[in-house]
Every structure is written in structure tokens, then in C-alpha cells.
Design a protein around this ligand. Structure first.
Ligand SMILES: NC(=O)C1=CN([C@@H]2O[C@H](COP(=O)(O)OP(=O)(O)OC[C@H]3O[C@@H](n4cnc5c(N)ncnc54)[C@H](O)[C@@H]3O)[C@@H](O)[C@H]2O)[C@@H](O)CC1
Ligand SMILES: [K+]
Length: 673
């Protein structure tokens, strides 16, 4: 037992080193991939790394001191399955009929080693299910492969580092370890109800990643600063090495000038050459842009960093003089060296006071930004009219600037159709885009409910349902009437075509026509995702008419109250009945019930006016809204929190069509005048 403890102690002792080594790459990776660094994921990653370290230490240590040592018992692999059971029965006093022998056997090495071997991979199974979202089959396979890697490492004496195996290759270990992974997989099941969904965490992180957080910017600045300092030191050393002796004073330039040149390179030339990105910013997917996300001009970059260095540097240079930086020439290091020799300490104080003031303004700005949920803007950013944004934020902001009125979207559709892409094709692309989002969320086929209205928004729903059914998802499509009786084109022909396809190819697609409340609730209960294709840009009015209203209410109930049989969440029910989740101006939304399906709205959540942004009662609450062609004005109203994350499905390159539309609009205004 002590062996285990000492291995784990060793792992604890060496983990900080590993943590240090993985932190920078982890932060960079996380910012690049997910956009921000949520604490839950970070905790999961670090604890997983720590666990793996422990596991490997337990399997491999202690290392024999001598590379050529022969450990007799480890030489012949143990290949008979379950021999530990036989040995245990043969060598211990254990007897099933005699309870007095039970307790002592627990302390028997055969038993605790077996238990240990099971426990070793229990955490792996837990991580695989919760964090990596693996199925039980994948967990079984991965658990087995990890065990196999342990055992082969032992069999080969640390891959040839030792001349002979020093630990025993044992088939029983393979069986018990793999069993442990499966135990972990099943044991974490109940916890999944309480733990936050790791995918939701990722989605939130992506959303948070649109904003360039102070940490992310500080990290990128630290990278650039390190590069500039390293280059300055290197150049300084080179300068001395090359020029010693050949010049009076032993060098070509003062190293102060080299430092300045190096800073000018990394903070001036590089971002100008790479259109607003320093190396650190490239690594962390940040960019210097104008406040409206337009590209910056070269002089704005110079102003941005010039001002920054003016604030931080100029008072310092004025106070200490240029020679101060000349560490190689002076043979002294750091700015503390000349302090005693200052002609009067007053300049030092001036500089320190200036720095303190500047840092204080930074802190105030940071706190204010945090409180208001606004981006953190530094004074040099204000003066140079530049901001640092994430690439995702820049892309989003540029797209969002093209906000089209609902009428304009309709006109645009007409122009696109004239140019050869009919509305039915747009509908096909729209439905598939929504299906893609559902699949990204629910990667393995699982029940999905599509609520499809009578208009073209419903048509998108039909396409989405077919796309998912083609991938094996059991889809329930809820429609107000049979497809033949739909009136709007191309929704009608699309629905008919989907219906025919489903029958011909035996797709797992079931259509419920005007189901009663119980049937609908039953369908929603088992769903992993629900698609709202009831009402889109064609919705108008203060109230939603039936049956759409009941459908929206049923979906919202499932979302906020949980499943009807769960018996929990009575308080939620009351809150829901009071309409807490719908109240306008109420900033915090009721949290989702556990196990509630992922809710995707097509184009706009049903009940929300895409034009005015007013939410009718009821209004569908979505996690994600996939809006078609362009952003609409209503999507940025306060009521638009019903949208969840908003994603744009471009469907076509609208640039040229938009130009034509705007041209035509101008022509009309002029002729009207
Ligand atoms: N913009 C685009 O490029 C595309 C748009 N398409 C979809 O088409 C949608 C627009 O289609 P439609 O113009 O047919 O309109 P919708 O399908 O959005 O809505 C029309 C239906 O809503 C009903 N309705 C209106 N007000 C109501 C109320 N107060 N209560 C209950 N029902 C009400 C109408 O009776 C009609 O059945 C878009 O939202 C989008 O999803 C896609 O099919 C293709 C591409
Ligand atoms: K909708």
C-alpha cells in the first residue's frame, strides 16, 4: 500500500512542473480553438493530466537502479485469464461459508491488488464519458488500449530502456483495468444530471471568445514583449561580439538603440506588415481594428503602440537617460542600478507617480468594462481610434453590420432567384445548415423533434428533418396539417418531396399532424434536440395563434420545467407559469432544466418579430438561432435573448445582389423625388 502512496506523492511533487510546461500551450490552444478559457474545462484538463501522471507513475515506478537487472517473477508473462482468482482461493484461508474469513481477506494482497487494478482506470472511464463524451463502446476500446500501453511498457522494460522486463505482463491486469474504465463510465452516469453539460460550456466559451478578454490580450502582449526583449538582448550580444575592438568604445550602436529598434520591429513593422496583427496576436487570433471592425491604417498602429510606449517608456527615458538601457556597456543590469546616482531622486518619483497614475486608469477602465460588460479599451486605443478584437469578433461584427429589414430580405430573395438560385434551393440550404448545427450538438443519432409551421419557415424545417433522418436520427416532425393542404410555395412542394423521399428510402422520419397536447409532450420528452421552424419572418401581430402557441408553450415547458414525469422542479413550474422566463426587461433568464433538449430556432425564434424585435406571448426560447442570409433588426433587441447564440447561414454570397438591391432602392428614391 505504501508503494502506491509514495508514487502518488511523487506525482504531486512533479505535477507543478508539468502544469507549468502545459499552461502556455494550453492557454494558446484554448484561446485559438474555443475562444476563451472556462474554469470547468481548465479544471478538467489539469486534473486529467494529473491523473494520467499518477497512473503512469503507479504502473512504472519504482524504477530499478540497474538497467540490466533481472527481476525473476517478471520474466514470463502471465497469460492465463482469471488466474488471480485461482491463486487467491488456493493461497488464502477465504471460505464463502465462513464470514469470519471475509474481513481478513480484504487485507490480502490478492484482493487489494485486484481492487487497485480496477480503481486505476475508473477515473479514465469518467473523463471519457463526461469530458470527452465517448460512448460505452469507445470507452471500452480506449480503456483497453490504455491498459495495453501500460502492460506493453512493462513487458518491454520501458520500451528497451531496461534490458529485461522489471514488472510482470499480466492478462488479469488487462481485464481488471479495462473493467475499471467501464465502472467509471457507468459510475459517472448519475453525476451527469448535476454536472454542467461540457458542450454548453464550450458553446458559452465560443460566445465569450468573441470578446477579447483582458487575460487574452495580456497574454499576447506578454508574448510580444518577450520576443522584443529576447531580440534586443540577442542583438546586443551580437553587436558586442562582432564589434569589440574594432570601434572606439567597443561597439557600433548603443544597445539602447538596438532595444528601441527591436521594439519598433515587433510592435510597428510586424503589425503593419501583417495588417493589424503582432506575432502574439496572430497566435491568439486577435487583431487591431477600428472600433467598427474595419481594418486599421498603418499610422493608427504606430499611434497605438507609440502612445503605449510613450506612456510607459518616455517618462522613464527622460528620468534616467538613454545610457541607462545600455546594460552591456555599463556592465549593470536593470533600472535599479543607476538609482543612487540620479541627480536628485525627484525625477524617479515623477516617473513612478506617472506610472501609478496610468496603471490606476487602466484598473478603473478594466473594472468599468467588466461591470458594463463592455470591451476593455485602453487610453492609447481611444486616442488612436483602434481596438483589439478577436478574429471571431471581427468577423461577427462585420457580418452584423449588414442588417437587412425583413422587406429587404424578401426583395433580396427575389433578386437571388432572378440570378438563378430559386427559393427552393435557398430553402434546401437553409434546412441543411440547421441540421448541421443539430449534428454538431448531438453527434450521435438521437431523437429530434422538428416543429414545422405552415409557411416557408416550416419548409426549412422539413428539409432539416430529412437531412437528419438521412443521417439516422429518429425524427418526429410536427405539422399543423398534411403537406397536400399547405398553401405557401416552395414550402408545399418541399414538404411533399420530403414526404415521398422518406417513404421511398424508409427514413426514420415520423410526421405528426396536429397532435394533441399529450402526444406532443410525449415526443418532446425523449428528444435530444428540438428545432423551431414554426414562424419566421412572416410572423406578425401581438399574439401567436393556435396551434403554434401551444407548440411553443410545450417546448418552453420542456425546456424550463424538465420532463413531466421527473417529479422535480415544482418551483420551476410555478416560475414558468408566472411567465418569469418571458418577462421583458428581466435580465437573468430562468436556467434550463436538466436533460432539456438543445433548442435551435430557424431564422428567428417563433413569436419574436424579426423586424421590430418585439416578443409576443408565447415566444420560443432557443439555445441557438440560425438566421438566414443576413441579420435582421429584431435580432438585436432586448427581447432577442430568446435567440440564444445567433449564427448566420449566408446561403449565398449576398454581396453582388445586395449592391443591385441598394442600386435599385436608390433609383426608386430618386424617381420618387
Ligand atoms: N430569407 C431567406 O433567404 C430564406 C427564407 N426562408 C424561410 O422563409 C421564412 C419566411 O417564410 P414565410 O414568408 O412563408 O413566413 P413564415 O413561414 O415565417 O410565416 C408564415 C406563417 O406564419 C403564420 N402567422 C403569421 N402571423 C401569425 C400569428 N400571429 N400567429 C400564428 N401564425 C401566424 C401565417 O399564417 C403563415 O402560415 C423565413 O423565416 C425563412 O425561415 C427559407 O425558406 C429560404 C431562404
Ligand atoms: K422559427
Amino acid at each position: 500500500m505504501n508503494v502506491y502512496v509514495s508514487d502518488i506523492t511523487l506525482a504531486v511533487a512533479s505535477f507543478p512542473l508539468i502544469a507549468l510546461a502545459i499552461t502556455l500551450p494550453y492557454l494558446v490552444y484554448q484561446y485559438r480553438k474555443a475562444g476563451s478559457v472556462p474554469w470547468l474545462r481548465t479544471f478538467a484538463v489539469y486534473s486529467f493530466a494529473f491523473y494520467l501522471l499518477c497512473a503512469y507513475f503507479l504502473v512504472l515506478l519504482p524504477l530499478p537502479a540497474d538497467r540490466s537487472v533481472v527481476v525473476p517473477y517478471a520474466q514470463t508473462p502471465q497469460l492465463v485469464p482469471f488466474s488471480f482468482v485461482r491463486e487467491f482461493l488456493a493461497e488464502t484461508t477465504f471460505s464463502l461459508g465462513d464470514p469470519a474469513t471475509w474481513l481478513p481477506t480484504l487485507r490480502d494482497p490478492y484482493v487489494y491488488e485486484a481492487v487497485f487494478n480496477v480503481l486505476l482506470l475508473v477515473p479514465l472511464g469518467m473523463y471519457l464519458r463526461y469530458y470527452f463524451r465517448r460512448t460505452w463502446r469507445q470507452t471500452l476500446l480506449i480503456g483497453f488500449l490504455v491498459t495495453l500501453s501500460f502492460e506493453t511498457t512493462q513487458l518491454t522494460g520501458l520500451w528497451g530502456l531496461y534490458e529485461h522486463p522489471y514488472r510482470l505482463f499480466d492478462v488479469d491486469d488487462l481485464i481488471l483495468n479495462t473493467l475499471g474504465a467501464m465502472v467509471g463510465f457507468w459510475a459517472v452516469g448519475p453525476a451527469l444530471r448535476v454536472l454542467p453539460d461540457i458542450r454548453l460550456v464550450a458553446l458559452e466559451a465560443r460566445e465569450a471568445g468573441v470578446r477579447a478578454s483582458a487575460t487574452r490580450r495580456a497574454l499576447s502582449f506578454a508574448i510580444d514583449l518577450s520576443l522584443a526583449c529576447a531580440a534586443a538582448v540577442l542583438l546586443g550580444a551580437l553587436n558586442i561580439a562582432i564589434s569589440t575592438g574594432s570601434f572606439p568604445g567597443g561597439k557600433w550602436f548603443g544597445s539602447g538603440w538596438l532595444a528601441r529598434a527591436s521594439f519598433a520591429f515587433f510592435f510597428g513593422i510586424v503589425p503593419i506588415a501583417f495588417r493589424g496583427r503582432t506575432f502574439g496576436q496572430m497566435l491568439l487570433k486577435l487583431r487591431i481594428v477600428r472600433p467598427n471592425a474595419d481594418p486599421v491604417r498603418w499610422y493608427q498602429i504606430l499611434a497605438r503602440y507609440g502612445l503605449l510606449f510613450l506612456f510607459a517608456w518616455a517618462p522613464f527615458e527622460i528620468a534616467f537617460g538613454v545610457g541607462m538601457l545600455d546594460v552591456f556597456a555599463e556592465g549593470r543590469f536593470g533600472w535599479s542600478a543607476p538609482l543612487p546616482s540620479m541627480e536628485g531622486a525627484s525625477t524617479t518619483w515623477v516617473w513612478l507617480a506617472f506610472m501609478a497614475l496610468w496603471i490606476a486608469t487602466l484598473v478603473v477602465r478594466a473594472v468599468r468594462a467588466k461591470l458594463r460588460g463592455a470591451p476593455f479599451v485602453m487610453l492609447n486605443g481611444v486616442l488612436s481610434n483602434t481596438r483589439v478584437m478577436t478574429e471571431a469578433g471581427v468577423a461577427l461584427m462585420r457580418k452584423q453590420r449588414t442588417v437587412l429589414d425583413v422587406d429587404e430580405v424578401r426583395a433580396l430573395e427575389g433578386l437571388i432567384a432572378q440570378d438563378g438560385t430559386p427559393l427552393s434551393e435557398l430553402m434546401e440550404r437553409a434546412g441543411r445548415a440547421v441540421a448541421e448545427e443539430v449534428r454538431a450538438w448531438v453527434p450521435d443519432p438521437a431523437p429530434v423533434v422538428v416543429l414545422a409551421g405552415a409557411g416557408n419557415n416550416g419548409g426549412d424545417g422539413w428539409v432539416c428533418a430529412r437531412a437528419l433522418a438521412e443521417e439516422g436520427y429518429p425524427v418526429t416532425l410536427v405539422a399543423p396539417d398534411i403537406a397536400e393542404r399547405m398553401k405557401v410555395e416552395p414550402a408545399r412542394s418541399t414538404a411533399l418531396a420530403v414526404f415521398a423521399d422518406a417513404a421511398r428510402n424508409a427514413l426514420p422520419l415520423r410526421v405528426l399532424v396536429a397532435p394533441d397536447a399529450d402526444v406532443l409532450e410525449g415526443a418532446l420528452e425523449g428528444a435530444r434536440a428540438v428545432v423551431d421552424a414554426i414562424l419566421g419572418t412572416g410572423f406578425s401581430g401581438e399574439e401567436v395563434r393556435e396551434p403554434s402557441a401551444s407548440w411553443i408553450r410545450a417546448a418552453n415547458r420542456r425546456r424550463f420545467e424538465g420532463a413531466r414525469r421527473a417529479g422535480r422542479g415544482r418551483h420551476r413550474k410555478r416560475a414558468c407559469e408566472r411567465g418569469d422566463h418571458e418577462r421583458r426587461g428581466d435580465r437573468s433568464l430562468l436556467p434550463k432544466a436538466h436533460g432539456a433538449p438543445f433548442a435551435v430556432a430557424v431564422d428567428v425564434p417563433s413569436g419574436l418579430s424579426a423586424q421590430s424585435g418585439r416578443a409576443a406571448r408565447p415566444c420560443f426560447f432557443a439555445d441557438l438561432t440560425v438566421t438566414m442570409l443576413a441579420f435582421k433588426p429584431g435580432l438585436s433587441s432586448p427581447a432577442a435573448r430568446a435567440c440564444g447564440t445567433i449564427r448566420l447561414a449566408s446561403l449565398v454570397d449576398i454581396g453582388p445582389h445586395l449592391k443591385r438591391l441598394r442600386g435599385e432602392q436608390d433609383g426608386q428614391t430618386r424617381s420618387a423625388e
